[in-house]
Structures are given as C-alpha cells and as structure tokens.
Design a protein around this ligand. Sequence first.
Ligand SMILES: C[S@@+](CC[C@H](N)C(=O)[O-])C[C@H]1O[C@@H](n2cnc3c(N)ncnc32)[C@H](O)[C@@H]1O
Length: 323
Amino acid sequence: MTPPDLPAELRAALDARLQGLSRSDAAERAALISRNYRDGGNSGAIASEEDALAYALARMPATYAAVTASLNALCELRPDFAPKSLLDVGAGPATASWAAAETFASLRSFALLDANSALRALALDLGRDSTRLKQITYHRGEARAALADAAPADLVVASYMIGEVGDAERSALAEQLWAKARDTLLIVEPGTPAGYRRVIALRAQLIASGAHVAVPCPHDGACPLQAPDWCHFTQRLPRLRAHMQVKGAELPFEDEKFSYVALTRTPVARHPARVLAQPIVSKVEVTAKLCSAEGLRIAKVPHRDKTTYARARRWRWGDATMD
Ligand SMILES: C[S@@+](CC[C@H](N)C(=O)[O-])C[C@H]1O[C@@H](n2cnc3c(N)ncnc32)[C@H](O)[C@@H]1O
C-alpha cells in the first residue's frame, strides 16, 4: 500500500521552492484560487509561479492522497499490474505522476499534459531532480488537441480534471482518454454529487465502448445508488506545517472526499463487494453498506457468526470485501 502522504523527495522539492515565499501571500492566493473553484471557475486563475506554488501547497497533498487511495484499490485487485508508461492528463503540478511513481516501480516513462503554463513550469521544476519521475515528456495545450500528439500509455490518469471540461466536450474527451489507455484508465474527481455524476456518466459511456470496471464497482452494471445518495470515498492525510499555514488550518490532518473509477481493456476478477460508508460496529453486530453485483445491501453480521464478524469488524469505508 502506498501511503497517502507526499513522498519525501516531493516534499523536499516543494520545500526548496518555498524559501522566501511569504506564507500569508501564499494563503491569500490559495484562498482566491479555491474560491474561484467553488464558484465554478477553473485552473485559469492560477496565473503565476507564486499561484502555482500556493495551489500545490494547498491542494496537492489532498489530490495526491485521493489518487494514491484509488491506485491502492486497483493494486489490491491487480497485484500483477506493472505499467511501464503513464499519461497524466490535466497533470497540474504532476500530482498523479508522483502518486503513480510511488505505486508502480515498473513505470519507465511519464507523459504529462496540461494547458496551464504556470503549473507546467512547476511540474517540470518539481520533477527535475527526481529519481522517480524519469523520462518526462510534456504535451502543452488544450487536452482535446494535445492528446492527438500523445502516445498511448499503459496507464492513463485524469485526476481532478474532467470537471474543468465543459459538458459538451466531456464525452469526446472521455473517448480520447480511453483510446490512449493501452491497459487502464483512472478517473478521479472530487467526492461531491457533481463529481460523482461526472464519473458515473463517463463510466457508463466507456462501458458501452467496451471498457470493464476494475474498481471501485464490483460490477459493470448501472450504479444502484439513488440521488441524493452518491458514491464517494474518503482518505485521511497529514497536514504539514506549510500546508496548515497556507490553509489557515488548525488540525494536523484533513479528510479528502473523492469519487473514482478505473477501467480496463480486459475483464478482471473482481471482489464480491465494496464498502460504501464507514460500517457501524457494536458488540451485537457489524452493519455495513455494501455494493455488489446484486445491487446495494445493508449487511448485518452478527457477533455469534464469529469468523465473519471478526473480518467485518476490520472493514473500512472503501474496502473490498470477500463476503
Ligand atoms: C484541479 S487541477 C488538478 C491537477 C492534478 N491533476 C491534481 O490532481 O492535482 C486541473 C488541471 O487540469 C488542467 N486542465 C483543465 N482543463 C484542461 C483542458 N481542457 N486541457 C488541458 N488541461 C486542462 C488544468 O490546467 C489543471 O492543471
């Protein structure tokens, strides 16, 4: 399992760029950027080197943790998956590239694609001395056009990106992302109802184009959740000092909510079910919300069923189960 916190090499690269950066200036920039996102804006508000660094300080730890959690779920199901090439679309500061590099020692080449020049400069700067991000190539520009020049990769990731693409363009982009995925396509979005709806629409579209779900769903059928419910997961991550300063936060951790799907070209043997919320554990029973090929069910595992109860006590939100 890859831990959710930024790897030491990336932390050191970020720290080196923080020298001389005013924390209050970075906090103001980060607040403006996140207000812009909340108001439905996009990464266009990240316009300078300082903005890019403020964004990375405020958000990279959380998006890194969400991508890592998604890749961990994928690896649990497919321990033999050993991609050699990665295409990171909407790479920003190269968050998903770092997460994939930590997860897959097999990766030999990293192709990054983004339209934002401030984030591009930061991604290349952070990766320059990395022992993990090797053979970096960069496709600069709007995704639909830039993808035409990108080579297919074993693993394609679009992390916190498709929400920035207009509704009209999203399905054409999804087909392009899928066309570039030699083996697996991973989409990660914020764990909001809107983020989930984007993931689920793309999932249905690409299943119709021949994709198979690897994780998190234990089936290729329609999502059984009914609004206002939505499928999302949560990952706790530590907040480092600069991270806390930039966010004006007091707690030394945060919980990032995310929705995701990993799609593969060939079907994989899936776990029977996935835990969709934190189970309630009592001395009498474990109550858990599970998604399975048969649909949604609330499992109640009584204490008297000793072996299954002992297993169910350890279930966490997001886990795959064998029951
Ligand atoms: C919220 S950031 C996420 C960055 C990174 N993937 C992460 O998870 O931390 C979204 C990124 O997608 C890029 N992006 C959004 N729409 C794009 C498009 N149509 N073409 C290229 N890049 C795009 C933005 O420039 C930005 O870097």
